[in-house]
Design a protein around this ligand. Structure first.
Ligand code: PLP
Length: 385
């Protein structure tokens, strides 16, 4: 598919065709798993197709990287061994010791752990702020602020940040805006088109979509950033292997159809939870009374498959709900075809316990899968007791 053709194609067409042309030699319509660490040179430096060593580039990984870049409408994409490996490469690839980062005060706990326990030791300071409050973000910015990190919707409270407004705030301060687009995926939200400079993903989640591979991705919209991220991807070496890249690309091709079903099912589940007497609060950006609803409606095409809710009866009841569910599997992670349920306080967000990022003890998070929705609702009804 030529660049011109690609730019005119719809999302689903790009997901299937943008990253790979059928193989010249065999006609294989799907990229093979290039399980090779190195490539024969025709004379010193005579590379066939530009491949030299698989940490630097591998054709299966290239197919995934090109596809995700086409879907995020970015200049270049990069695939990593995990979402956190992608994050670390962006942070240390673009920043220097002494720089400062503004972080969301509600976000994936592992992102905070990375900044607090790893990047801080390397000389990077951070300030958590409520990203839905632009004045709070401006107040958190210092002369050394070089990056504003956004997650929207957030994990696990489904908070919404205004990407376009935050891009202006970050750029006025001379900082780059990084958006973790894991929950929304490029199917529902394209941060680069809204002014962000960098998108990061845990492709472990919706992009891979089948809970069978851990991975990460970065997409950037300008060549200077592409050069820096590409250099550090190779220099730091946390790349996706060819098997993982192949599985992730296989998942990515069906992202659009999966996301539609995730959204349909989540909307029905939210309606059910809102009417249940054991549920005290439901967090979902599609709800008209969600504080970020208007922004979400502007910057997302639908509201996704993640839902959190608080239950009456505190932590014991939240744990009981998680343990009683049967169709919803009690497990960490999210974004796969199967529905998952978890207790963020004890599981995914245990690393921020005792900090200002601690999540409510009566909170339950669900990743609504693509099963028959009536079965999901019946299961939650049973779990709520
Ligand atoms: N970003 C978000 C929003 C996440 O939920 C996660 C993992 O749960 C990550 C990043 C980290 O990704 P990984 O687990 O692939 O390293």
């Amino acid at each position: 598919m030529t660049q011109e053709h690609r730019n005119k194609s719809g999302f689903e067409t790009r997901a299937i065709h943008a990253g790979y042309e059928p193989d010249e030699a065999t006609g294989a319509v799907i990229p093979p798993i290039y399980a090779t660490s190195t490539y024969k040179q025709d004379g010193v430096g005579g590379l066939r197709g530009g491949y030299e060593y698989s940490r630097s580039a591998n054709p299966t990984r290239t197919a995934l990287e090109s596809t995700i870049a086409a879907l995020e409408e970015g200049e270049r994409g990069f695939a990593f061994a995990s979402g956190l490996a992608a994050e670390d490469t962006v942070v240390r690839g673009l920043l220097n010791p002494g720089d400062h980062v503004v972080l969301p005060n509600d976000a994936y706990g592992g992102t905070h752990r990375l900044f607090d326990k790893v990047e801080q030791r390397w000389g990077l300071a951070n300030t958590p702020a409520a990203l839905s409050d632009l004045d709070a973000v401006r107040a958190a910015i210092r002369p050394e602020t070089k990056m504003v990190w956004v997650e929207t919707p957030t994990n696990p409270l489904l908070g919404i940040a205004d990407i376009e407004a935050l891009a202006d705030v970050a750029h006025e301060a001379g900082a780059v805006l990084v958006v973790d687009n894991t929950f929304a995926t490029p199917y529902l939200q394209q941060p680069l088109a809204l002014g962000a400079d960098v998108v990061v993903h845990s492709t472990t989640k919706y992009v891979g979509g089948h809970s069978d591979v851990v991975g990460g991705a970065v997409v950037v919209r300008d060549l200077d950033l592409a050069e820096k991220v590409g250099y550090h991807q190779n220099a730091m070496g946390a790349v996706a292997g060819p098997f993982d890249a192949w599985l992730t690309l296989r998942g990515l091709k069906t992202l659009a159809v999966r996301m539609e079903r995730h959204c349909d099912n989540a909307e029905r589940v939210v309606e059910f939870l809102r009417g249940h007497s054991a549920v005290s609060q439901v967090f979902y950006p599609g709800l008209a009374d969600h504080p970020g609803h208007e922004i979400a409606a502007r910057q997302m095409s639908r509201f996704g498959g993640m839902v959190s809710f608080r239950v009456n009866g505190g932590e014991p009841q939240a744990l009981a709900v998680c343990e009683r569910a049967e169709v919803f599997t009690l497990a960490e992670s999210l974004g796969g075809i199967e529905s998952l349920i978890e207790h963020p306080g004890r599981m995914t967000h245990a690393s921020v316990a005792g900090t200002e990022l601690e999540v409510p003890a009566d909170l339950v998070r669900i990743s609504v899968g693509i099963e028959t929705v009536e079965d999901l609702i019946a299961d939650l009804d049973h779990a709520l007791g």
